[in-house]
Design a protein around this ligand. Structure first.
Ligand SMILES: NC(=O)c1ccc[n+]([C@@H]2O[C@H](COP(=O)([O-])OP(=O)(O)OC[C@H]3O[C@@H](n4cnc5c(N)ncnc54)[C@H](OP(=O)(O)O)[C@@H]3O)[C@@H](O)[C@H]2O)c1
Length: 298
């Protein structure tokens, strides 16, 4: 009897603690955390990356930002729009696809300008809208090259710098699709699963070097992701899909990511769908399968 009551009390406490953990806002001082840090953001030319730059510039004016993506003009427009000057911003065009040879020289450019790198936000990525049977090898390999190989190669190029400094933080934007398969996104989901495997391993290998890894898993976020996604032939899908259109506002998404980074969270789930889907996948995979089978794929 005594043990049964004790167990019940413990259970109540555990539930209250869990609910409080989810609901209560975290009070970490974002400005203090990012003060004077050098933060490199890939995929800064649009969507989530662009919002991350905006929010960081607003919350922490002392932060020095490195903006990367392929479209250099978009990066310059953003820097101008935010009045980011030479001392606080470096526009560094970068193609994550098959240009791995130039990563070392890009890292050297950042170190020449700012002397250090504190946080790399691996946000750039491309999605997919095609069934497996209609997707060519070219699309499978491009998704892996951009989302996975480009991301880990850039991170590995910076790793030595983090080890020498005995500190640093890798942030990687994966997806809820990094936890579960999804129709029309086979290779996209595979590339995001691969990032989890790599960065979970990196976190373990370099915990003693004081190197943190924060994996961000968004659900649907209202960006150009579906327009830019590859169809089976490799052409862009070119349309905003309805779920993306109704998705989380990218500025809210950026806010959650910044808070997660400052809290040095291991994982951050962004948007109203990501957490329930990921928990369903973890604890009730058959139920998730049943649910996903009934959802219209777009
Ligand atoms: N939006 C969502 O619903 C959602 C959900 C889950 C996860 N995500 C993830 O969030 C991240 C950001 O996506 P987003 O929603 O902001 O989409 P987005 O608006 O299409 O932005 C994608 C960014 O990646 C860059 N990029 C694409 N290919 C690149 C390459 N080869 N080399 C370098 N940069 C490249 C693009 O810049 P350039 O074209 O200028 O190179 C752009 O800045 C992605 O990793 C995506 O998988 C998004």
């Amino acid at each position: 009897m005594f043990w049964a009551i004790l167990l019940q009390i413990c259970l109540y406490f555990a539930i209250v603690a869990l609910v409080a953990y989810w609901i209560l806002p975290s009070h970490v001082d974002v400005e203090k955390y990012f003060h004077n840090k050098v933060v490199w953001i890939t995929g800064a030319s649009s969507g989530i990356g662009r919002e991350l730059v905006k929010q960081l510039a607003r919350h922490s004016p002392t932060t020095r930002l490195v903006l990367s993506a392929r479209r250099e003009n978009e990066l310059h427009n953003l820097a101008r729009e935010l009045n980011l000057d030479f001392e606080h911003c470096l526009v560094l065009p970068l193609d994550l696809e098959l240009q791995y040879d130039c990563f070392k020289s890009k890292v050297d450019l950042v170190l020449e300008r700012f002397g250090q790198i504190d946080i790399l936000i691996n946000n750039a990525g491309i999605s997919q809208r095609s069934f497996i049977h209609e997707t060519g090898y070219n699309v499978d390999s491009r998704l892996m090259n951009i989302n996975y190989l480009g991301t880990i190669t850039l991170s590995k190029t910076i790793l030595q710098h983090f080890i020498e400094r005995q500190k640093g933080q890798f942030v990687v934007v994966t997806s809820a699709a990094g936890y579960m398969g999804s129709a029309l996104r086979s290779s996209y989901a595979a590339s995001k699963h691969a990032l989890h495997g790599f960065f979970d391993s990196l976190r373990l290998e370099h915990a003693h070097d004081n190197i943190d890894v924060t994996i961000v898993c968004p659900g649907f976020v209202r960006t150009s992701i579906s327009q830019n996604a590859f169809v089976g032939s490799g052409l862009p899908y070119g349309k905003m899909d309805p779920k993306t259109e109704k998705g989380t506002d990218p500025s809210k998404c950026a806010d959650d990511i910044i808070l997660g980074i400052a809290n040095r969270e291991h994982e951050v789930y962004v948007g109203y769908l990501a957490s329930p889907l990921i928990y369903l996948r973890r604890f009730f995979p058959r139920i998730l399968h049943f649910v996903l089978l009934r959802v219209k794929s777009t």
